[in-house]
Write a protein that binds this ligand. Structure first.
Ligand code: BG6
Length: 463
């Protein structure tokens, strides 16, 4: 039996923009806007308008999640829904009523809410007016919005998060063009990375003013950690992995937990003439306002080798002038999604947090398997028999269990996701849920993994 610690949190994660649908929103976020402009950019032309209809269905969805063993739900508030005027930080009363009732319904159903403040969903007005997180003014607006959220919902919510996967905001919006504003600008991505760390620290500062530091209420950030592994022992491959680790993981992990950017990364960016603009006051704030806990999203490792120097030049600075992706022979793949399956990396993460980050409290805030055309696996009663997902989750839980046994301070495991949800450009291409959403009829039914997870959650482990 793989038994987990007492009070281990068995949860699921989703986000406002991926589940609510954009009903009654006064403002668009960057995805609402991009979809309205170019629906073909999204898989099968499906956009965020309805998503899994959580805005209308939450009273039915929440008991269904409970049935699947979900005891904690991590979701996010949409800045573009809650706030009526971004500069004045006034609120939209209908949105307040929705989030209030959502929180109350979760609590009535015995589900603890964990709330995140930004899941890639920059209000488009702020993107167009200021460049979103390209601008330091927007970091102030973000802190004001965060403060509003704490004041409005903090009486019932004890766990808060500033960002989900800030790194993906750079990757998608400023490097590889899978999020709006679809720019390709390495040096700007570096500044956005800094500004995101700054925005997080400013929001944490607001939180501390209200709740202090005694641990009754906690604030953190959610990072997608992808441990970097070198293709070989060669010096060049090792150097590629060192940079990849700095860029992909430590650039957010270090300031969040240790209050400082890694000096080696600063040195490299400075040498290349692309270091962010920072003031001593801002750096002092980042130093002071670190997190209480970490959410770690884990899907796949990051395998790299030395770059083909000839093809790369410092004229157009991009982080991948320092590494190339490496496809390890024999690696196990989720072919639908195109991601390597390597649960061992979760064990490595657990030990890294234990050894290099004060063994800070953390939890797996997302882990899951995206599979396309899951109707292939339906039985005669219409249940998706997703044994592949059960196996995937088990393998990761075993690796996590070893990490916890070795002393890592992990308090929970959240599946991505409870109910199948809309996923950015991929829309419903890969489904991850424990609960299937028949999007045309809006019927929601537990998959085999939903029944399995309910058992694991009830037993606090599995055979
Ligand atoms: C995570 C994100 O990185 O991956 C989620 O936090 C996202 O928002 C999930 O939905 C799965 O991504 P995809 O593109 O496979 O659906």
């Amino acid at each position: 039996m793989f038994e987990f610690p007492k009070n281990f949190a068995w949860g699921a994660a989703t986000s406002g923009p991926q589940s609510e649908g954009n009903f009654k929103k006064k403002h668009q976020n960057v995805f609402d806007y991009w979809y309205a402009k170019d629906p073909k950019a999204f898989y099968a032309g499906v956009g965020p308008d309805t998503a899994s209809n959580f805005y209308n269905d939450y009273r039915e969805d929440i008991p269904l999640m409970r049935q699947a063993g979900i005891k904690v739900l991590r979701t996010s508030i949409q800045w573009s829904r809650l706030i009526a005027d971004f500069e004045k930080c006034s609120v939209d009363e209908e949105a307040v009523a929705f989030y209030n009732d959502m929180i109350d319904t979760l609590l009535e159903n015995g589900i603890t809410p964990y709330l995140n403040l930004c899941h890639f969903d920059m209000p488009v007005e702020l993107q167009h007016k200021y460049g979103g997180f390209e601008s330091k003014h927007v970091t102030d607006l973000f802190a004001g919005y965060a403060k509003r959220c704490f004041e409005l919902f903090g009486d019932r919510v004890d766990h808060w998060f500033t960002f989900n996967e800030p790194k993906v905001i750079l990757d998608g919006g400023y490097l590889y063009q899978f999020h709006y504003p679809l720019k390709v600008d390495g040096p700007l991505a570096v500044q956005v990375a800094y500004n995101l760390n700054l925005a997080s620290a400013k929001a944490i500062a607001e939180f501390r003013k209200l709740y202090g530091n005694d641990g009754t209420k906690k604030i953190g950030t959610i990072l997608n950690l992808t441990p970097a592994y070198a293709a070989s022992e060669s010096k060049a491959d090792q150097a590629a992995a060192e940079f990849a680790e700095l860029w992909a993981n430590k650039m957010f992990l270090d300031p969040a937990v240790l209050g400082e950017f890694p000096s080696k990364l600063v040195e490299i960016l400075e040498k290349d003439g692309v270091l962010w603009e920072a003031t001593p006051e801002e750096l002092a704030l980042i130093k002071q306002d670190t997190v209480d806990l970490l959410g770690i999203n884990f899907y796949h490792p990051f395998r790299v080798k030395a770059p083909e120097i000839s093809a790369k030049s410092l004229q157009d600075w991009m982080p991948d002038i320092y590494f190339d992706n490496y496809e390890m022979p024999g690696r196990v793949m989720n072919v639908d999604k195109g991601w390597e399956i390597y649960p061992e990396a979760l064990y490595d993460i657990a030990l890294n947090i234990r050894d290099n980050y004060h063994n800070i409290e953390w939890f797996v805030s997302e882990n899951g398997m995206g599979v396309s055309r899951e109707e292939r696996f339906m039985d005669e009663h219409g249940m998706v028999c997703d044994d592949y997902r059960i196996e995937f989750l088990k393998e990761h839980l075993r690796a996590l269990h070893r990490g916890i046994t070795a002393g890592s301070n992990c308090h929970g495991y959240f599946v991505w996701t409870g109910i199948d949800c809309w996923s950015w450009q991929n829309a419903y291409r890969n489904r991850y849920g424990l609960i299937r959403d028949e999007i045309h009829t809006q019927t929601k039914t537990l998959k085999k993994s939903g029944y399995w997870f309910a058992k694991v959650s009830a037993q606090n482990g599995f055979e």
